[in-house]
Design a protein around this ligand. Structure first.
Ligand code: PA5
Length: 485
């Protein structure tokens, strides 16, 4: 039957130069279909794909047409092709190789979450606890993405700053949290290293604007650029992510190959062959037609745990909007949530199965783990003996499958993205696919997915509260409002 042929999509063919697609990620939407979860909670996807065929084709063509135009905030679609950035990043990483034991990344939101997600996915587990030899001589990496004073001073208690390269990242160059962190760390560096401290700082920021750019020029720091028209949450494949990745020895060519292959695949305007368009439409229709306004991202892989945090920001900041593109107050946006399989089967799945049927769950599965770990054949005389001789890999995937089936028994819709393995190529494909999915969903919701007025509002109030020049009026308003609360 038509639907059965459709349900697993392994795409991407002749226009893609690499030729071999057996290793690309797959998307399975069968369990979001009414045929599986019933018409009250599932979609007639074959029908919906037909209904939205033209609209989706128009959106994809339009995004690809607009992407090079200034002011469209679509430059992230070109990042995989930026050979210049990759070259400069690699050159600098080679220059500082063996000079540092630690990389300390300072940043918040889009300036941190992609870096955390990718390094957690691609570095050996417990990287910072491995010896230098076990890390192939590469440094440890720490991300400071909050301003908790206990954590900040605690981290500096355990880092030898002389052997630490500090990568401060802020696109705007102004964010209070990042700049406060940087002021604290720079002060310590200067006290410990004297005039030489500048060699331990590299800044990633806007090309022209912002206080960090000004400071970097005055102080003479090495800098990298967050390109124009790349928003924070879409910046992981700019120097924001590529620099920390290269500094810890991650192969950034593998990453850019993954992005380029996925980008070529996602240029396909046919919804039946475009997984980002399919999932954007499914998430959108589940929200507006079926009342599933919570989108859960649930990887069955500890390495991919922080992809959920990155996705939560991407989905929330991009799609949670007051105004639509016609200026109407719409207050829309699905609520993203992160969960981890199998861990959260023992925490959240009770709610997913039996609580309100208001979620669409995005499973991420990994076909092949790096390690093939067998459960020893012991305790055979007990009720736990059945586990002996099985692999943890099989157990993990059995957990994903059984949760998916249990959810469908309760008429709860799910989709599944499968990665052949967790490597740079596949993780880049996954993240890029989710970025394109977000952009398409933004168009379906008819909102601007690339601004964040709600974040800016809170940022401005913080500046006012902390006495920044130019924010005096806001400070007065704020004081009045706070007194009234
Ligand atoms: O996605 C976004 O634009 C935000 O989450 C920003 O990344 C975050 O507010 C940090 O901004 P900046 O990089 O300017 O310090």
């Amino acid at each position: 039957m038509y639907f059965a042929l459709d349900y697993i999509q392994l795409i991407y063919k002749e226009e893609n130069k690499r030729g071999d697609y057996s290793g690309m990620i797959k998307f399975d939407y069968r369990n979001a279909d009414a045929l599986v979860v019933g018409s009250e909670n599932g979609l007639n996807l074959s029908q919906e794909f037909d209904n939205y065929k033209d609209r989706i084709a128009e959106i994809i063509a339009d995004l690809n047409k607009r992407k090079d135009k200034p002011g469209q905030w679509l430059q992230w679609m070109n990042l995989g092709y930026s050979e210049e950035t990759a070259w400069y990043v690699k050159e600098y990483a080679a220059l500082v190789e063996n000079r540092f034991d630690n990389i300390l990344v300072l940043g918040i939101g889009g300036s941190a979450l992609g870096g955390i997600a990718v390094t957690e996915a691609l570095l050996k587990p417990y990287w910072n606890l491995l010896s230098k030899e076990e890390r192939n001589g590469a440094p440890r990496i720490f991300f400071l993405d909050n301003i908790d004073p206990d954590y900040m001073s605690g981290l500096l208690d355990v880092l030898d700053l002389k052997k630490t390269l500090v990568n401060v990242i802020t696109k705007s160059g102004d964010t209070a949290e990042t700049m406060a962190q940087f002021m604290f760390v720079k002060d310590r560096l200067e006290k410990e290293l004297g005039d030489d401290y500048r060699k331990n700082i590299v800044a990633t920021t806007d090309q022209r604007m912002g206080i960090l750019r000004q400071i970097s020029e005055q102080e003479g720091y090495k800098t990298f650029v967050v390109p124009d028209d790349v928003g924070g949450r879409f910046s992981v494949f700019s120097a924001v992510g590529l620099l920390p990745f290269a500094l810890v020895g991650i192969d950034i060519d593998e990453i850019t190959n993954g992005i380029k292959d996925m980008d070529l695949a996602l240029k396909n305007t046919d919804i039946r062959e475009n997984i980002a368009a399919q999932n954007a439409l499914i998430q959108y229709l589940m929200d507006v037609k079926k009342g599933k306004n919570i989108s859960v991202m649930m990887p069955y892989s500890s390495k991919l745990k922080y992809v959920s945090d990155w996705y939560v920001q991407l989905w929330a900041e991009s799609l949670g909007k007051d105004m639509d593109l016609d200026g109407n107050h719409v207050h829309i946006g699905p609520t993203p949530m992160g969960a981890l399989g199998a861990t959260d089967q023992h925490s959240q799945v009770q709610l997913y199965n039996e609580g309100p049927n208001n979620k669409i769950i995005n499973f991420i599965r990994v076909e092949n783990f790096d390690t093939n770990l067998e459960i020893p054949k012991i305790f055979e005389y007990t009720g736990t003996g059945y586990l002996g001789g099985k692999s943890f890999n099989d157990l993990m995937n059995a957990e994903a499958d059984s949760t998916k089936v249990a959810l469908s028994d309760y008429a709860r819709p799910t989709v599944t993205i499968t990665l052949p393995k967790v490597d740079g190529y596949n993780v880049a494909q996954l993240l890029y696919m989710l970025e394109v999915q977000t952009a398409i969903a933004g168009e379906l919701y008819h909102i601007n997915a690339f601004n964040q007025p709600g974040v800016e509002q809170a940022k401005n109030y913080t500046y006012a509260l902390m006495g920044r020049a130019g924010y005096e009026e806001s400070a007065k308003t704020l004081q009045t409002k706070m007194a009234a609360v």
